[in-house]
Design a binder for this molecule. Structure first.
Ligand code: KG4
Ligand code: ZN
Length: 334
């Protein structure tokens, strides 16, 4: 079965064709980073307009690159929640139009589940497994029991992990998007990182990153107006260590609590080199196998949406042409 995936929840316009949920035939991503960089963050209205301009071109390119005809595409999967509503609307309208015109079944995909399904494009993780999805909008710990059966074990109570990276990067005068820049600066820093505290939420598997952000802001204010490059390096490294420590502490807790043997990483922050390394180390210490998709599949893309859509369609899920978009859509807690 071949599925066309469409993803426009934030600032990437993306379309992809995936076969049997696991083989990428094409994966087109048109990034808007350059459009938003001068504003220091994603501007929703600018994002939706850019999606409108690019969506048809991306879909056409995905179909051409895959070398398939519309007749051989079996379904259309689209991210409809959560995300920027104006952006989501563009992808959802396009998905409805193509599904209707070509008489294909349509399925709506939750963005977080999309990130989890990136794992199926690199290897086929066995159920049950734990997924950590850390992105600009989410830090979710999800227990995947089987296709279509997931349980949210923990989520952020305030800022997402990627948001912490992005906001601190701005404090340090690093360009948007902050995550990759902090990663780079931290890797190049020969000194010890600054030591920042992470929130202790007791037994909960939730996260909280707003206190960390405040601690970093205080330290930056102490260091003065003009930060020396060495200070930027030490703060960036300290922030990265603190976020990774916090993310992994709950991963280890969840793995122990639920007796799991596999952990899948997803979301833009999964591209972080220290997080990837630390997950491998924790895996060998705790006896779980990590699945870390290639970086291009960790950040927003439509192949992951097509994969999630494939398994939903294969299980008989169908959505109508009346599907809506949602800015906020937490996964179900157990
Ligand atoms: O999943 P994604 O592409 O979009 C959302 O769904 O939000 O994630 C984007 C987030 C941004 O906050 C970005 O700074 C972060 O992922 N990110 C990183 C790295 N690459 C991207 N964070 C830390 N280290 C990285 N290497
Ligand atoms: Zn995302």
């Amino acid at each position: 079965m071949r599925v066309l995936g469409i993803e426009t929840s934030c600032d990437e316009t993306a379309a992809a064709i995936v076969e049997d949920g696991v083989r990428i035939l094409s994966n087109v991503v048109s990034s808007q980073i350059d459009l938003h960089a001068r504003f220091g963050g994603v501007v929703p209205e600018v994002a939706s307009r850019a999606h409108v301009e690019r969506i048809n071109g991306c879909i056409q390119e995905a179909v051409d690159e895959a070398g398939v005809s519309w007749a051989s595409i079996d379904g259309v999967a689209v991210t409809n929640r959560p995300g920027l509503v104006g952006s989501l609307l563009v992808g959802v309208c396009a998905a409805k139009a193509y599904a209707f015109v070509h008489s294909k079944p349509l399925v709506a995909v939750h963005h977080t589940l999309g990130h989890i399904y990136a794992a199926f494009l690199s290897e086929q993780p066995e159920f049950p497994f734990l997924a950590l999805v850390a992105s600009g909008g989410h830090s979710d710990l999800v227990l995947m029991r089987e296709h279509g059966r997931c349980e949210l074990l923990g989520a952020t109570r305030d800022d997402a992990a990627g948001e912490a990276f992005d906001k601190v990067a701005r404090l340090l005068g690093l360009p948007h998007p902050g995550g990759p820049n902090i990663d780079q600066v931290a890797a190049a820093c020969p000194d010890e990182g600054e030591r920042f505290p992470v929130a202790d939420l007791g037994d909960s598997l939730d996260y909280s990153f707003s206190g960390l952000k405040t601690a970093v802001a205080r330290r930056v204010a102490e260091l003065g107006e003009q930060l020396a490059p060495a200070d930027v390096g030490r703060v960036a490294k300290g922030l990265q260590d603190a976020v990774v420590r916090a993310l992994l502490a709950n991963v280890v807790r969840a793995v122990r609590r639920h007796g799991l043997h596999r952990v899948v990483l997803g979301g833009g922050v999964a591209a972080n080199s220290r997080l990837r390394e630390a997950l491998m180390e924790a895996g060998s210490r705790e006896g779980f196998a990590p699945t870390v998709p290639p970086m291009s599949l960790c950040t927003d893309n439509a192949a992951m949406v097509a994969s999630a859509g494939h398994f939903a369609l294969a299980a008989g899920v169908r959505d109508g042409l009346d599907i809506d978009v949602l800015a906020c859509a937490p996964l179900p807690r157990g």
